[in-house]
Design a protein around this ligand. Structure first.
Ligand code: ADP
Length: 192
């Protein structure tokens, strides 16, 4: 049985977004990216967007109260009943607990946490290149470095929590997009 309630972890630039949409399409589940949700609110000029931009633009985490409320709302949508892939959430240990609570209220839990591993120098180079293509305002070198630090300090412990639960699988994020997708699908097809 394929595991369908999935958390995708990995440092900025690891290719989470690209892989998340491929896996989600393959499994016919929604990919929920907190970064994308924030960016959509920012470009849509919503109140949430105005609140979060001061954090996202400098690569700081948006306060948990804001992020958790947004995810809680998203998880009430009908399309998540058969599974979901979370990309960019949970990003600190408090968010892990919030997600546990949200899911427990429906008798569910996270079935697998997949961490895409990559070399830091390689991803910084990748992000600087992406900056030229996509023009994301948080893809400047100092902000990228800060996002990496935030990842190491706050998000690496998230992987440790899932590892303790026996739910963490690490997947090498280096290689072609297709190769990485194949590795991820192979992992998700295995039972815990
Ligand atoms: P990346 O993984 O490349 O840093 P994302 O698109 O996942 O980019 O996130 C962009 C920004 O959105 C983060 O730097 C942060 O400011 C904010 N963000 C995204 N997810 C979360 C979260 N779970 N908690 C707090 N802030 C978040």
């Amino acid at each position: 049985m394929t595991r369908r309630r999935i958390v995708l972890l990995g440092p900025p630039g690891a290719g989470k977004g690209t892989q998340a949409s491929r896996i989600a399409e393959h499994l016919a589940i929604p990919a929920i990216s907190t970064g994308d949700l924030f960016r959509a609110n920012i470009s849509g000029g919503t109140e949430l967007g105005r609140t979060v931009q001061e954090y996202t633009s400098r690569g700081a985490l948006v306060p948990d109260s804001v992020t958790n409320a947004m995810v809680a709302d998203r998880l009430t949508h009908q399309d998540v009943t058969d599974g979901f892939l979370l990309d960019g959430y949970p990003r600190n240990v408090a968010q892990v607990e919030e997600l546990d609570t949200l899911l427990a209220a429906r008798g569910q839990d996270v079935q697998v946490a997949v961490e895409l591993t990559v070399d830091v120098d390689a991803v910084v180079a990748r992000l600087l290149q992406r900056a030229q293509v996509e023009g994301r305002e948080d893809d400047t070198e100092p902000v990228i470095r800060h996002r990496m630090d935030v990842y190491a300090e706050q998000t690496a412990p998230v992987a440790a929590v899932y590892a303790q639960r026996g739910l963490l699988v690490q997947v090498d994020g280096l290689g072609s997009v297709d190769e990485v997708t194949e590795r991820l699908l192979a992992v998700l097809d295995q039972d815990a």
